[in-house]
Design a protein around this ligand. Structure first.
Ligand code: SAM
Length: 347
């Protein structure tokens, strides 16, 4: 089945189910998993080789109107210390990132009503004016069509909105009733129709997730064909309703990364911070399973610990030349090279 996927990257439910069962029989760590990772690297090779795109992640607000059961910055977490970055703070992050060779800035935050459409437009316009050769990615949740259009017009290039799960009943177990699966899917379609490079994705091992849910996710991703797919293990946060849940499995996350690479060979696929948090060598393991993007955190150091989605978040140092150089050295030592280009989607 793996060989077949290399030749013909198309989703077949029975095949995916069968391979996942075989992989589970070896706890996602045996020779079949290794073969799957090698196949993922093989199909990545003609498009990206061993080049890795770096994205400077700016976590610009941890205020959120939503109450997702899994997330540490949910509105009901009264223990969270809330912060917002000013436009000047954000531009300073970009300056440091730019000087360290980053050419994509990802603005991520909770759904913070302070950041009205015009404020977001001002931020996007200012970054574009100062750094016209850079791409801007927004990751600010569900908005109206008119808002998305305004961001795009202002110069935003990409938008990350994980679908979280492609099964509506699973979605309802992860979110309160005020959040709606159909609307999330509608947003993803609207973003694509506007012309954004769009990112979807899900947590691996989120509470109540079944193997069938993951297969449904793979089916959705393979049909929707996002330009980017963000996937990492679920990690509990101790001030959420899911505080006593088990974290997702690193080996299963790696296997799903590889399957996504096989199904969508050109997709932009990050080795996420959540993966690096749960596994000592998580970033390299992610690349070895087919990922080709890393998102070093370039938020100001004093607020980094406040953007806490889950426990023990790893701080990936992008703030200083030293931090970025260390990351580049680590990549080189494993045969990868960081590239200082925008790294747009090939699709
Ligand atoms: N508010 C925006 C949105 O909804 O897309 C962006 C910020 S949101 C915090 C970014 C992503 O963090 C979510 O899509 C979710 O998958 C991930 N996340 C939240 N809590 C998590 C947890 N406990 N473990 C792992 N990932 C988590």
């Amino acid at each position: 089945i793996i060989d077949e996927l290399v030749v013909n990257p198309s989703f077949n439910e029975g095949d995916i189910q069968s391979i996942l069962e075989d992989l589970r029989n070896e706890n996602y760590t045996g020779p079949l998993s290794e073969y799957l990772f090698a196949a993922a690297r093989f199909v990545r090779e003609p498009h990206y080789g061993h080049k890795v795109f770096l994205r400077g992640l700016i976590e610009f607000t941890n205020y959120c109107k939503n109450d997702c059961y899994y997330c540490g910055i949910r509105r009901s977490n009264s223990k969270a210390t809330r912060y917002r970055l000013s436009l000047e703070d954000i531009l300073l992050c970009c300056k440091i990132g730019y000087n360290n060779g980053l050419r994509t800035f990802v603005l991520q935050g909770g759904e913070d009503m302070y950041f009205t459409t015009s404020r977001v437009v001002d931020i996007v316009s200012a970054i574009k004016k100062n750094y016209p050769d850079c791409a801007i990615t927004l990751s600010i949740g569900e908005k109206d069509l008119a808002d998305y259009k305004a961001y795009f017009k202002a110069g935003a290039d990409r938008f990350l909105l994980r679908h979280e799960t492609a099964d509506y009943s699973h979605y309802a177990k992860l979110h309160p009733a005020e959040m709606n699966f159909a609307h999330r899917m509608q947003c993803l379609q609207e973003l694509k129709d506007i012309g954004f490079q769009v990112g979807a994705g899900m947590m691996i091992g989120s509470p109540y997730q079944t193997m069938n849910n993951l297969i449904t996710d793979l089916k959705f991703l393979s049909n929707f064909k996002p330009h980017m797919i963000g996937m990492g293990p679920f990690i509990p946060h101790n001030q959420t309703p899911f505080k006593d849940r088990l974290a997702g499995s690193v080996p299963l996350t790696l296997v799903i990364l590889s399957l996504v690479r096989l199904l969508l060979p050109k997709v932009l696929l990050p080795a996420t911070t959540a993966l690096a948090t749960l596994s000592e060598n998580g970033t390299i393991k992610g690349l070895e399973a087919g990922a080709n993007v890393i998102m070093p955190n370039i938020s100001p150091i004093d607020i980094r610990n406040l953007y806490t989605l889950y426990n023990n978040k790893k701080i990936t140092g992008g703030e200083s030349l030293e931090g970025i150089n260390k990351l580049k050295d680590m990549l080189n030592a494993h045969g990868y090279q960081a590239v200082a280009t925008r790294g747009d989607s090939l699709i």
